[in-house]
Design a binder for this molecule. Sequence first.
Ligand SMILES: *Cc1c(COP(=O)(O)O)cnc(C)c1O
Length: 382
Amino acid sequence: MTPLYLDCNATTPVDPLVVDAMMPWFREQFGNPHSVNHTFGTDAATAVEEARRSIARLVGADPREIIFTSGATESNNLAIKGAARFERRMRGRRNRVVTLASEHKCVLESVKALAAEGFATDVLPVGTDGMVDIELLSRTLGDDVILVSAMAANNEIGTLHPLSEIGAMTRACGALFHCDAAQATGRIRLDVDAANIDLMSLSGHKVYGPKGIGVLYVRRRPRARIEPLFSGGGQERTLRSGTVPAPLAIGFGKAADLAAAGQEEEAARLNTLAHALMGGLPGVSLNGPPLDRRLPGNLNLAIEGVDAGDLISRVPELAFSTGSACTSAVVEPSYVLRAIGLTPEQAASSVRLGIGRFTTSDDIAFAIDRLAEAINRCRREA
Ligand SMILES: *Cc1c(COP(=O)(O)O)cnc(C)c1O
């Protein structure tokens, strides 16, 4: 039996239309898109450029501003380290990088790596709904700041940040605004110009595309200058050396087209399903912002009197996750849940459910049935 998949914030199933779009580029059309001497290469290059246009269109960018990477982890590293190291190489007077406590690990670890290189860093606390504290950010910003990194949508608790506000403040102090939009891609409207975003990370596998492909948006006007992470052949406007994986890039392009079509209707549908799922469960409360103000399809529930790991093992028919991140062998309470003020005990009884494109209302009815029974059993036997 295949469990019902309810973990769409960890990854999404690849849309069958995306698989179809990729297959020829694995099989007969396997050319290196950087080979210019034959049609194997030029055909692949043409298709990669079309994919680049699709991804650019999804976020209101120019295709020349889209750099293919291996995923949002690499894009985040490239944006944050790249901006700071460029400033240092140019002997600029700015030396500070600012981010938020609820960011993805790859952002926090990139910032930590910069601290070890001698940059000043600020990791700002967030509110009980995971929101950036705009007042605090405003006080932190100054003419020594190189870059502010703030995510569009949180991967655990679905908080949506006020990007236009952050972007305007960041632009006003002359710093770059980097936005990790891995979760937001295709789920909410993103416009790099409206929000003054200079650098933005997207991931293929969070938007029904393949794993191992992402992009970094790099603004051209005014130009966001960054150092590459890799030395090599100078592909992707010298910012990301290495052969672009044409099948994955083409799949991501198809995924972007599919996400753009009917995005608002899909968001409303996901919201309805999330309401139904939460409403059907006994004695649960929502971690993070209310449903109508969060990432569509994301639920993070504190289930009083229930151990999240215990609950998950009692419902093998459903695939969902704890509110905890596994680091090494020990299960630690999620740092995101801790950052919004949950106690370790509350965090340990929290689960994340991610509803997606292929989740039906029948699926939700099934999930309610299985979960409600298991919650009651956990409580009785606790
Ligand atoms: C998944 C995710 C990432 C990492 O993306 P990969 O493409 O898997 O490297 C980064 N940030 C957020 C918010 C994510 O959800």
